[in-house]
Design a protein around this ligand. Structure first.
Ligand code: PAF
Length: 282
């Protein structure tokens, strides 16, 4: 598909474009991203198109969700390439603001949830989910879309976004879209671009360790032992540090001692300088 994509830079222009669509009786969707788009992002757009008449995407590398020693400066950026992909995917509008458009001088608000951001990735990346919650709240409040689509790869982020959208009555349905994987099983991620050729080969140990662990849990094996084995497999493949391998309730993110309906198996670990995350339903 090839059509025109409108690019807007300011929250006011995003708000006006979305309002015009609503006024025309169209059901609207938003797909928030940080760019460096791959097939996983385009699957979010496809899901949004199934649920709405018109789809807007945002590209904003949000400085508030990066720690001081993280990869904000080197995060891949390719707005022209991304805009072309979005256009081909049937996205009608791209919101691509500068940092100063989202956080003008004097910006003083932070959205902070209790509990959910303190565990898993939040424990390893203090402040990360406050940054995510702040920008996502601003995006949702500005766009006022009927639906917003987020990837299940960032499972904790999805749980946090669902919680804040419900708590603040933002009026947007939050939809999770399944993880898209490479042929060998590695979850697609913009950060996979950081992996050396050797690391890319080793990275498959992450989905494999989770897959084996999920099968063992379903077979009734002891949870602590299964998680230990998965950590061992990751370490043997060259991962380290391993931030966590955990079995949690998929909504509350509380660790559980046995698989229950909605349970999720999650892992985060470094391969060289690259932090990879993945998760599976159990
Ligand atoms: O998942 C992402 O790409 C980002 O965390 C998000 C949701 C766009 C917020 O910056």
């Amino acid at each position: 598909m090839s059509q025109v994509i409108q690019i807007v830079r300011t929250p006011a222009d995003l708000r006006a474009a979305m309002a015009a669509w609503r006024k025309a009786g169209l059901r609207t969707a938003l797909v928030p991203t940080m760019g460096a788009l791959h097939a996983g992002h385009l699957a979010l757009v496809a899901e949004a198109r199934r649920r709405a008449d018109v789809v807007a995407a945002s590209i904003f590398v949000n400085p508030k969700q990066f720690g001081p020693n993280e990869d904000f400066a080197r995060y891949p950026r390719d707005e022209a390439g991304d805009a072309a992909k979005l256009r081909e995917a049937g996205c009608a509008l791209l919101f691509a603001p500068e940092v100063g458009d989202v956080y003008p001088p004097g910006f003083a608000t932070s959205v902070k949830l209790a509990g959910l951001p303190d565990v898993l990735c939040g424990a390893a990346r203090p402040g990360h989910f406050d940054g995510v919650a702040t920008v996502v709240t601003k995006l949702l409040a500005t766009a006022r879309a009927d639906v917003a689509v987020f990837g299940e790869k960032d499972w904790q982020q999805l749980a946090i976004v669902r919680r804040l959208a419900a708590d603040l009555d933002l009026g947007t349905d939050i939809v999770g879209a399944p993880i898209v994987r490479d042929g060998d099983g590695l979850a697609l991620s913009s950060r996979n671009a950081y992996l050396s050729a050797e690391e890319r080969v080793a990275a498959v140990a992450l989905p494999r360790a989770l897959g084996e662990a999920a099968a063992a849990l379903q077979a009734g094996d002891d949870v602590a032992a299964v998680l230990d084995t998965a950590r061992g497999r990751l370490a043997a493949a060259g991962f380290g540090p391993i931030d966590y391998v955990a079995l949690v309730d998929g909504a509350t993110l509380v660790a559980i001692g046995a698989p229950t309906p909605g349970a999720r198996l999650l892992a985060a670990a470094f391969l060289g300088r690259t932090r990879l995350i993945d998760n599976l339903a159990v």
